[in-house]
Write a protein that binds this ligand. Structure first.
Ligand SMILES: [Zn+2]
Length: 330
């Protein structure tokens, strides 16, 4: 059964869906992505990868497939998290989804699925944390971060090797410039962002007492393209106090400040919810979903000069937060 959305699936009902393989053939809005709204386009499509298998299973489907999400079609499947559904689930490349949809419109289609993923037992792994100790308030923290893990189709260069490199480079830049911030700059490479966030959960458990002394948390997890500025979850008064920082960021086009109601960054979400001013670098997303979560997420997609701009953006913001006279108001 080929459906384009949840409503169409629901309208078919249990009798028509039971025992069938359901293909969610929702087409990614490439124009929206090309126009600078890539994350909105992603959000609209990725629902089917996340919740599609469960919706199909609830109507008795034998398996669920999703048309790969992405702003470019290279006949590559796009992977990522799905809610457990108890039935086999997979992604097919956009070109193959289109072919299956075409054939299904002509008549009955039979498919044989060979799905090889396995869920292995949990293993011990670690967040990697490094502190550049503050000179006046070592007990207060500014967190700069990215995540270590990736989907293993590619090498995870843009998601999120770039974020880890940028966070590490923030401390490196301050060292190289002989700048010693008043507060501690804490570099974190988070483990397990992609498969449930157990790394950031462990950090919350072990360090929740530090949240009150954490004056800001920054994450980079949207690739390595030119930084446009920051998405922020903080009070209006706090945003206002960042104005002088934005003037510096303006010199390389990274001065946009976009207030969000949701936490900007999965790994800093618990801190954001507890009131820590939270920021994520907002990269130009126009090509991010060409490669995201596919075998094409490799280092050659990263433009070194743009990666350096990201490191500069995080370093300027991280240093400002760590060196302000008073912490940002919550
Ligand atoms: Zn990521």
């Amino acid at each position: 059964m080929v459906v384009k959305d949840f409503d169409e699936l629901k309208a078919l009902g249990h009798d028509k869906v039971a025992g069938k393989i359901v293909l969610f053939n929702e087409i990614f809005d490439k124009q929206k992505a090309a126009g600078g709204m890539a994350f909105a386009a992603y959000g609209e499509s990725v629902r089917y990868r996340g919740a599609g298998p469960k919706a199909a299973a609830d109507l008795g489907a034998a398996a669920a497939l999703v048309r790969s999400v992405g702003s470019a079609d290279f006949r590559l499947p796009h992977t990522g998290f799905s809610f457990p559904a108890g039935i086999p689930a997979g992604a097919v490349a956009a070109e193959d989804a289109a072919l299956i949809a075409h054939l299904a419109a002509e008549g009955k289609v039979r498919m044989h699925l060979t799905l090889t993923p396995q869920k292995l037992p949990d293993a011990i792994s670690y967040n990697v944390i490094a502190d550049l100790k503050g000179s006046e308030h070592p007990e207060q923290f500014v967190i700069v971060s990215g995540h270590l893990d990736s989907w293993d189709l590619g090498t995870g260069a843009i998601d999120d090797g770039a974020g880890v490199a940028v966070a590490m480079e923030t401390a490196e830049i301050l060292q190289r410039l002989h700048l010693r911030p008043k507060r501690t700059l804490r570099v974190i490479a988070w483990m397990d962002e992609e498969s449930g966030g157990s790394g950031s959960q462990a950090y919350s458990k072990d360090y929740s007492a530090d949240f009150i002394h954490t004056v800001g948390a920054i994450e980079s997890d949207s690739g390595a393209a030119h930084p446009l500025g920051f998405a922020v979850k903080m009070s209006a008064r706090a945003s206002e106090l960042l104005r002088p920082v934005l003037e510096i960021l303006q010199s390389f086009g990274a001065s946009a400040l976009l207030p969000t109601s949701y936490p900007p960054g999965a790994d800093i979400a618990a801190m954001a919810e507890s009131g820590v001013p939270a920021l994520s670098i907002m990269q130009d997303g126009r090509t991010y979903f060409h490669y995201h979560h596919t075998a094409a997420d490799t280092l050659d997609k990263i433009v070194p000069s743009e990666l350096r701009e990201n490191a500069a953006a995080m370093a300027v913001m991280g240093y400002a937060l760590a060196n302000m006279k008073d912490p940002l108001p919550r």
